[in-house]
Design a protein around this ligand. Structure first.
Ligand SMILES: C[S@@+](CC[C@H](N)C(=O)[O-])C[C@H]1O[C@@H](n2cnc3c(N)ncnc32)[C@H](O)[C@@H]1O
Length: 219
């Protein structure tokens, strides 16, 4: 785990892809504030955001299953951004885009009010040491982002294999009256048929970790 990029270290200007056409990567200096999802994806469509996509395993399947949806991934690690882009390009997923940036910094400022149709956060880094807790995604800074940017009724889907971090999430959202809990289940006890297993979920399952799976909805 490395620390998130400081705000001024998001990636430089948009470059044409060596494969022709435009890269699946979007760069912060090219983005309007508030964000124009139609300009990013070249079409008006439901737009969902995955935070901390790693090497892009979840969207490789989800974006293929739901071609009518625009998916924007936000990932802080450059090597993971490259892996995700390569994977999605090979699988021909034109409904994906990725931004290399610290997600909290970006989401605080860029998306318009009530513009995001869903957030997906899978196996977010738990940063177990107390002095690193400020690097966690699930911290009080996340709440105004969710309240402001989610559309009414839009879901926030979360998975984690770290029970201590799961408890932090539950406690954080207990104080958020704009969210309601739709479900809180254990995938290791109660599997879901159409589940998508990410790299971290596979490792967690093989180690016998608990697989917490929750969904909240914006009221
Ligand atoms: C434990 S990995 C999980 C990756 C993937 N979701 C999975 O389930 O396999 C967490 C990912 O979140 C990214 N990440 C951590 N903090 C972030 C932040 N503030 N903004 C964007 N991405 C972040 C990390 O670089 C890493 O790729």
């Amino acid at each position: 785990m490395t620390s998130p990029l400081p705000p001024n270290e998001c990636t430089p200007a948009l470059q044409p892809s060596p494969l022709g056409g435009w890269d699946l990567e979007v760069r912060l200096p090219d983005l309007a504030k508030p964000l124009d999802f139609a300009a990013i994806f070249g079409r008006e469509a439901r737009t969902e955001i995955e935070i901390g996509s790693g090497s892009g395993v979840f969207l490789s399947t989800e974006a293929a299953r739901r071609p009518d949806v625009n998916f924007l991934a936000i990932e802080v690690e450059g090597s993971e951004v490259k892996r995700a882009k390569d994977k999605w390009r090979r699988r021909d997923l034109p409904n994906t885009r990725i931004l290399r940036c610290d997600a909290l910094y970006f989401l605080e400022d860029y998306p318009a009010d009530a513009s995001v149709d869903a957030y997906i956060i899978l196996y977010s880094d738990p940063w177990p040491k107390k002095r690193h807790h400020k690097r966690r995604l699930f911290q009080p800074r996340l709440l105004p982002i969710l309240r402001r940017t989610l559309k009414p009724g839009a879901p926030l889907t979360i998975k984690t294999d770290v029970t201590e971090y799961y408890e932090v999430m539950i406690e954080l959202f207990r104080g958020a009256d704009f969210l309601e809990l739709e479900f809180d289940r254990r995938l290791d006890h109660d599997p879901v048929t159409d589940d998508i297993e990410t790299n971290f979920q596979q490792k967690a399952r093989e180690k016998g970790h608990p697989l917490h799976f929750m969904r909240y909805r914006r009221r």
